[in-house]
Design a protein around this ligand. Structure first.
Ligand code: SIN
Length: 325
């Protein structure tokens, strides 16, 4: 059966051009959505597309401005009865952040799938068309609803909260943690691992046009309190520590953060390690700190921004949100 899919394009390598099939350097966000869908037309997919250009940029430049245009565009598509699913094309570098932000702020009523590519469109071995064809299969599948925002890369389907870019090169650049992946996909087949998990289809957070200033502090050997104070400045409202090991930091850094916590700064401990849970430690109660659990620092930052924007201030309430995320 033919699916009706809305494609919202933001740029990235999936729309990138190198000018040569073997060039190393290229420019992301060069092909516009009409031209892209024309190319896709040659694949013979059982889908009808309606495309819209939200941006055409390198995803390193994605932030509130693009998100404020993207979110209402997805909502509009979801409200359109003729639309069965939404695909967002996106650069891979910050794809996980956009995916998680949308996951927390969209209803899970229809499939929303983010997709990118690791090689530009004119490169030998371009992965963008296969990833796109896979995304079409996922976005057109009824079983994809109720799983929140999904990411399709390298023949695998990832949940937005699990997915991480773990390699700078290669078409297998993405991995999920703690769930490795939630499905396997090819242009011709789709296999889900388990049932949909979003029991409540409504959005977890209402959309906010303005998100508060929350930084990520990268801990390292020799990091001192003065550097932390400079980083925090006067106005930062929350900080996620990309801590060493299981969200750890030196005593000097901890004391600086405890002092700032007493002045209202929200502090979340995550890890700079690729993988692993950060659980609460006994001192967190007295310090007023929160443990990021399975979220990496960049996703912990997004959740903390949304919580602060919604007036959630108490560390225990923030911790509950992280426990449930
Ligand atoms: C980008 O994130 O826009 C560039 C890199 C990529 O898409 O792989």
């Amino acid at each position: 059966m033919t699916s009706r899919i809305t494609v919202l394009a933001t740029g990235g390598t999936i729309a990138g051009i190198a000018g040569s099939a073997i060039a190393k350097d290229y420019v992301a966000g060069q092909i516009d959505i009409e031209a892209y869908l024309e190319q896709v037309g040659g694949l013979g997919l059982e889908a009808e597309f309606s495309g819209r250009q939200i941006a055409n940029i390198d995803s390193a430049d994605i932030g509130p401005e693009v998100w404020n245009a993207l979110h209402p565009a997805v909502m509009e598509a979801l409200a359109d009865e003729s639309c069965q699913g939404v695909i967002v094309t996106h650069g891979t570098d910050t794809l996980e952040e956009t995916a998680f932000l949308l996951d927390l702020t969209l209803p899970a009523s229809k499939p929303v799938v983010l997709v990118g590519a690791m090689r530009p469109a004119d490169a030998v071995g371009y992965d963008g068309l296969r990833n796109f064809a896979n995304a079409v299969r996922v976005a057109g599948d009824r079983q994809a609803a109720g799983r929140g925002v999904l990411v399709v890369m390298g023949d695998r389907v990832f949940g937005a909260r699990d997915v991480r870019k773990v390699r700078t090169r290669g078409t297998d650049a993405f991995r999920g943690f703690p769930r490795e992946s939630v499905g396997l996909v090819t242009p011709a087949s789709l296999e889900w691992f388990g049932a949909p998990w979003r029991v409540d289809a409504s959005a977890q957070f209402a959309w906010q046009d303005e998100l508060p200033d929350v930084g990520i502090l990268f801990a390292h050997a020799g990091l001192d309190a003065a550097s932390v104070a400079r980083f925090l400045g006067e106005d930062m409202r929350g900080v996620v520590v990309a801590g060493v090991g299981e969200g750890n930091m030196s005593e000097a850094v901890r004391q600086e953060l405890v002092a700032r916590r007493k002045q209202g700064l929200r502090v979340v401990r995550a890890s700079r390690a690729d993988e692993g849970l950060v659980d609460r430690e006994p001192e967190d109660d007295g310090n007023g700190f929160v443990a990021a659990r399975a979220l990496n620092p960049q996703k912990a930052r997004i959740l903390l921004q949304l919580l602060i924007a919604h007036g959630v201030d108490d560390p225990a309430a923030i911790q509950r949100a992280f426990d449930g995320s």
